[in-house]
Design a protein around this ligand. Structure first.
Ligand SMILES: Nc1ncnc2c1ncn2[C@@H]1O[C@H](COP(=O)(O)OP(=O)(O)OP(=O)(O)O)[C@@H](O)[C@H]1O
Length: 353
């Protein structure tokens, strides 16, 4: 049974729905990320789970128990914000002890738990310092310790790393994942940073306008987006709309304007719905017409724009099916106007709705 379930939740501000019939379930001990463009409802979902916000309709349950009307103060959840929200006038020890004192934990038990958790986040020895005497990464670890010390049933993160510089962000996300796995705490993590979400999650939910477009393991979503929105969001820039489709045992054959394409069928891809092919710029093969012979999954075109990206060149190639963007590592670039042939490997082309 899923630990956390949101069933048909609706949230509205000023009569406008932000979440409508929203459903989500998270397994015990899993870390799920909510990922999506600004304004899609990630923070709203998190605030609803935390209890800062009430649903207009629907049900939120934890371990089978209905939490929909349970106030924040009765939810034993740890919350980590982007802004850390530490108390500046309290020492690190007292910042971490705060939630325990609120829950009437004191004496040796309080001391043991505070010291244990500071050790877990590698901040032993910092007890007497004040937040202003710590670096950004250390402050964020105090915020995590404070959320963890109450032994929460759920851990909620809202853009926890966006105030940190790039290197520290990578270290901290590894830390967060380590601690979360070590303690086995079910976690909902909100970020708009794709790499961050994909690297630390068991499951990723791609959100769009208050609904989940796709939910799955990071590698599955990365390889097999189901909708055009998800595909675009994770870097598929090329789309080909087909007119006909024929499914065989191992291949799906598609046609547009007498051009034939095949897409490999893999059990792991599920149904592969849709009539639109999608492919990343890195996965399109580009070469001179003599280098790539004619056949299915190929288009001939002309280089319209060539851009140096450092490691590779990016080409926009004009074809009979529209412009196609291609990245290729090479020493010299093709000049504008050069005739080239493109190959769309069957196993890299996915079908989306
Ligand atoms: N208190 C509020 N009153 C009215 N509208 C709100 C309120 N809070 C959020 N919204 C609106 O709800 C929508 C979803 O907001 P939310 O903060 O959940 O988005 P988000 O996906 O977390 O975005 P971001 O990545 O920018 O933080 C937005 O259109 C926002 O303007």
């Amino acid at each position: 049974m899923a630990l956390l379930t949101l069933e048909n939740i609706s949230v509205a501000y000023d009569q406008q729905y932000i979440l409508k019939d929203f459903n989500l379930s998270v397994e015990k001990g899993n870390l799920i990320s909510l990922l999506g463009p600004s304004g899609c409802g990630k923070t709203t979902t998190l605030r609803l789970i935390a209890g800062f916000l009430e649903a207009k309709a629907g049900k939120f349950a934890l371990n089978g128990k209905d939490y929909t009307r349970i106030p924040v103060s009765k939810r034993n959840f740890g919350f980590v914000f982007q802004s850390y929200a530490l108390f500046p006038h309290l020492s690190i020890y007292d910042n971490v002890a705060f939630g325990l004192r609120l829950r009437k934990v004191s004496g040796a038990e309080l001391d043991r738990r505070v010291r244990n958790i500071l050790d877990t986040v590698s901040l032993s020895g910092f007890e007497k310092r004040y937040p202003k005497e710590l670096s950004g990464g250390q402050r964020q670890r105090v915020a995590i310790a404070r959320a963890l010390v109450i032994e929460p049933e759920l851990l909620l993160f809202d853009e926890p790393l966006s105030n940190l510089d790039a290197n520290l962000r990578i270290n901290m996300r590894v830390e967060i994942r380590r601690i979360q796995q070590e303690l086995g705490i079910t976690t909902v993590y909100v970020s708009h940073d794709q790499e961050e979400c994909f690297s630390i999650s068991d499951q990723v939910a791609i959100m769009n306008k208050g609904i989940i477009e796709q939910l799955g393991a990071p590698a599955t979503i990365f390889k097999y987006p189901k909708t055009e929105f998800v595909a675009r969001f994770i870097g598929f820039t090329n789309f080909i709309a087909f007119d006909t489709r024929h499914d065989d045992n191992e291949l799906i054959t598609l046609k547009v304007k007498d051009q034939m394409f095949t897409v490999t069928k893999h059990a792991s891809k599920g149904e592969q719905p849709g009539m639109q092919g999608a492919i990343r710029p890195d996965d399109v093969v580009i070469g001179m017409p003599g280098e790539i012979e004619e056949g299915p999954n190929r288009l001939t075109g002309r280089v319209k724009v060539s851009t140096f990206l450092g490691r590779s060149y990016q080409y926009v190639v004009e074809t009979m099916l529209g412009d196609i963007t291609v990245n290729k590592e090479m020493e010299f670039s093709y000049p504008s106007g050069q005739e080239v042939r493109l190959l769309f490997p069957s196993e890299k082309l996915v079908l989306v709705e």
